[in-house]
Design a protein around this ligand. Structure first.
Ligand SMILES: Cc1ncc(COP(=O)(O)O)c(C=O)c1O
Length: 410
């Protein structure tokens, strides 16, 4: 290992990379399955998947092969011309959505998928009335960092440095069906929400709120948009989280895990939402890039061929049982929330960052997604022994933090 590989990289990053991120917590040179390796060759168990992205594990051979083969065949043409992988991906996404009439706009990431969805909804609204451009979103949500998606994000602290914003989004509490119903008016073109808030702390939105959103959208001819950027592609159990809720949205966005780490996003519509965009309304140079689409097709094929949604459900049961086992037997641990392999360990004190650090000192990656919740989003392919190692590490981390800390408990 180079001496202080992390420190060396940080010094260079500080000089040449814009300071949008806090200092790096570790540095890695390669990965395999659920494990990342640092420059010393030490293995780290990755229970976070690069923020719910590498769901098939690192360096998955099917994805690596698809990328290499497509890169040697055709990398880019622009959307002036047709290529097979983008169209095949549209067909595959329609199939897993289960929507006969689905169509898809391909982008590079979650924010650009949501940006497309917001523009689609605003055009849908304007076709009815000039002022029907408002969006209702939930407090605590996260939808991205472009200006429109930042505005939709229900976290005022993230708005502050960039205000004034355009002022077209109304936020309501994530668990208040009446407030949501009251916020939707004839000026509303869309309700936008994550079925489980990821960055907001792994908070499932109650079914009654989802039902109220569906109902209010139907009454006011607004579109219901589910941001499944984090929850999509098997992360919570089914292909899409909405498939285990009582509602069907008009538009779904996805990104993160779709191409296992290659940059991609998709805005997917059904029904009247499929007819809104016309040539010239929206575009992006890299949308439908053959290499990223080939990677996404490899991801979807692998999940289907290897039955990974079923495997992931089994691993989720084991992980959840392990986490629940910490409640009562370990300090701080008071609850588990989330679904599938997007789980949050609830704590009774604001020590999530300390737990993250204590896990990291044991070369296990988790993340404090709030002061009192630790997020786990391991690969769908995580091994049973790795789940057991995760639980043992968390147990040790909780004990260590309790022995060091004199923290007020809630
Ligand atoms: C639910 C959700 N929407 C949108 C985004 C933004 O995605 P990206 O960072 O790919 O732009 C994220 C990222 O964490 C997310 O979790």
């Amino acid at each position: 290992m180079k001496p202080n590989h992390l420190d060396d990289l940080q010094v260079r990053a500080d000089r040449r990379i814009m300071h949008t991120y806090p200092p790096g917590k570790a540095a890695f040179v390669r990965g395999k399955g659920s494990v990342l390796f640092d420059a010393a060759g030490e293995p780290w168990l990755d229970l976070l998947c690069g923020l719910a992205v590498t769901s098939l594990g690192h360096a998955h051979p099917a994805v690596a092969h698809a990328v290499a083969e497509q890169a040697q065949t055709l990398v880019h043409t622009s959307n002036l011309y047709l290529t097979e992988p983008a169209i095949e991906l549209g067909e595959a996404l329609a199939r897993i959505l289960g929507w006969e009439d689905a169509n898809v706009f391909l982008t590079q990431c979650g924010a650009t998928a949501n940006e497309a969805a917001i523009k689609l909804a605003r055009k849908h609204g304007k076709q009815q009335a000039d002022d029907k451009v408002r969006v209702v979103a939930l407090e605590g949500s996260f939808h991205g960092r472009t200006l429109a998606t930042l505005e939709a994000t229900g976290q005022p602290a993230k708005h502050a440095p960039f205000e004034p914003l355009a002022g077209f989004v109304d936020h309501v509490p994530y668990d208040d069906a009446d407030a949501l119903r009251a916020a939707v008016t004839d000026q509303t073109c869309a309700v936008l929400l994550e079925p489980i808030q990821g960055e907001g702390g792994v908070r499932p939105v109650p079914d009654e709120v989802l039902l109220a959103a569906r109902d209010a959208c139907d009454q006011h001819d607004a579109l219901l948009i589910f941001d499944e950027v984090q929850t999509g592609i098997g992360r919570t159990g089914p292909w899409f989280a909405f498939q285990e809720t009582p509602v069907v949205p008009d538009v779904v966005t996805v990104a993160k895990a779709l191409a296992n780490g290659m940059p991609i996003g998709a805005c997917m519509a059904r029904g009247q939402a499929t007819k809104v965009f016309q040539p010239g309304d929206h575009a992006t140079t890299f949308g439908g890039n053959p290499v990223t689409c080939a990677a996404a097709l490899a991801v979807l094929r692998t999940i289907e061929d290897e039955g990974l949604l079923t495997t992931a459900r089994r691993r989720s049961e084991r992980l959840r049982a392990g986490l629940e086992g910490l409640i009562g037997s370990s300090p701080f641990a008071v609850g588990v929330r989330g679904r599938g392999l997007l789980l949050g360990l609830e704590l009774d004190a604001p020590v999530a960052s300390d737990i993250e650090v204590a896990c990291r000192s044991r070369r296990v990656l988790v993340n404090a997604v709030g002061p009192d919740v630790v997020r786990l989003a391991p690969p769908l392919t995580i091994e049973r022994t790795e789940v057991d190692h995760a639980i043992a590490t968390l147990e040790a981390a909780l004990a260590e933090v309790a022995s060091n800390a004199d923290v007020p408990r809630t």
